[in-house]
Design a binder for this molecule. Structure first.
Ligand code: ADP
Ligand code: ZN
Length: 436
């Protein structure tokens, strides 16, 4: 089988050549960073005043970390490394966890980003013959314009619809026979549930692939989307601090997300000790930009948790793969002293055939104890029969959760469409516990 590939020279580059390229670009990046007062100070603190002070890639470890708080403190332009007149666009993060961060781009920066997105699209098997409907927001959020330019570069026919208005999305898909979509996984599940209301069946669509990302989701959720639409869904990972989408993406083999190592230096660290972890261990993803001139970032702590997949991918790409993102280090819930990741709960729910397309995790305080409530939508037909069926289902989900997270939550079953839906990133956790 021939592997679809956008830039074979870079995507199949031998590791040795790739690492030489990384060192050249890392030195260049440090040179750019030294133009900002922020990094001049930080680098001076570790005795680095010149890019040539980096003798080898191992010296990456000498560089200081950069955190989201550093970016916030530098708001708006403390990390800008070029004159404003050379910048052509800025993006901010979605602000999921607080004040947004700003990233500036020069024209070459945007060009490099577009190239990375084009690689991802082609790696996932899409081509110039596809009709691409981009269902993510076109504002400051990077998923809109990021995928848009990549798809145009590949030569796809792009429908720049942006997010929301599900009825319109469905009719556009039908009228223009959309073959590939980009959306958050939670939104695609919602869209599927809305098809019937629009009088459209999956058979009337020509969808064959979806790019899903921007929020944590489980393998079970991916499989559910694939089964509901009869398509392949590919995991897309990115963050505005590293441009946005185009950082890491699954190829047609779906064996983990290839991270473009000519554009990003990747490390996985222990978020407690800040020491790099051996390959295969789960920790925080840390990345250094290698090509971005306007806002170079050194050892940026993403707070996202993952591990490196060992071995080679059958596609032959030499760029290493990240495992599915487990969540953010600050996503972890502590319920009566037990650590729980929302993704563990999602896994159990999406494995349960009766469970529909939406759920919500709620935390409450009862006296001195935490109470975990898992609210999930189930298919409408289950509400018409014997109430014992619902009791059994509640019990079955409760027990499955107990074996996964060691806590038996209160399970509530809801009718389809009754839990809140988001057009962008889903808000899955509501914590009603007092702050102290
Ligand atoms: P914010 O950090 O405010 O949400 P971004 O839009 O930059 O703003 O979001 C990037 C974050 O979204 C990542 O750091 C990660 O936590 C999450 N994310 C993006 N893609 C994925 C994915 N495929 N799987 C899991 N989480 C993802
Ligand atoms: Zn591959």
């Amino acid at each position: 089988m021939s592997v679809p590939v956008w830039n074979p020279a870079v995507e199949f580059m031998e590791r040795e050549a790739l690492e030489r390229l990384q060192l050249t670009r890392l030195r260049q990046t440090v040179a750019w960073a030294l133009k900002t007062p922020f990094y001049r100070r930080r680098l001076a603190e570790v005795g680095l005043t010149h890019p040539e002070d980096l003798g080898s890639l191992r010296d990456l470890r000498k560089l200081p970390y950069t955190t989201k708080d550093d970016l916030r403190a530098a708001f708006p332009d403390g990390l800008l490394a070029v004159d404003l007149e050379r910048t052509v666009r800025l993006h901010t993060s979605s602000g999921t966890t607080g004040m947004p961060t700003v990233i500036y781009h020069t024209r070459p920066d945007l060009d490099h980003w577009t190239e990375l997105v084009a690689r991802c699209i082609v790696a996932a098997g899409a081509t110039a013959r596809d009709v691409f409907q981009n269902m993510t927001n076109y504002g400051m959020f990077t998923g809109g314009l990021g995928l848009h330019y990549g798809a145009e570069r590949v030569g796809m026919l792009v429908i720049p619809v942006s997010s929301g208005n599900t009825g319109r999305q469905i009719h556009l898909m039908r009228n223009f026979q959309t073959t590939v979509v980009h959306a958050t996984p939670s939104y695609l599940l919602h869209l599927h549930a809305a098809l019937a209301g629009e009088g459209v069946t999956v058979d009337q669509l020509r969808l064959r692939k979806a790019f899903i990302g921007a929020e944590p989701h489980s393998e079970e959720t991916r499989r559910k989307i694939e089964a509901l639409f009869g398509i392949q869904a590919y995991n897309s990972y990115g963050l505005s601090e590293m441009n946005g989408p185009g950082v890491a993406f699954e190829c047609v083999h779906q064996t983990g997300l290839h991270l473009w190592e000519d554009a990003y230096m990747l490390e996985i660290i222990d978020p407690g000790t800040l020491q790099p972890l051996p390959e295969g261990q789960t920790g925080e993803i840390v990345m250094t930009t290698l090509q971005r001139q306007a806002t170079p970032l050194l050892r940026y702590r993403t707070r996202d948790l993952s591990h490196l997949v060992s071995g080679n991918c059958p596609c032959g790409r030499t760029h290493r793969r990240l495992a599915r993102i487990k969540g953010r280090s600050d996503d972890m819930l502590i319920v009566n002293g037990v650590n729980v990741f929302p993704s563990q709960i999602e896994d159990v729910l999406m494995k349960t055939p009766e469970v529909g397309t939406n759920y919500l995790i709620q935390l409450e305080k009862r006296g001195s104890l935490d109470r975990l409530v898992v609210k999930t939508e189930i298919y409408a037909k289950l509400f018409t029969g014997d109430p014992r069926t619902l009791d059994d289902l509640r019990e079955r989900i409760g027990e499955a959760l107990r074996s996964a997270i060691l806590i038996k939550p209160t399970v509530e079953l809801h009718e389809p469409g009754s839990l809140p839906v988001s057009e962008g990133k889903a808000k899955r956790v509501v914590d009603l516990r007092p702050a102290f």
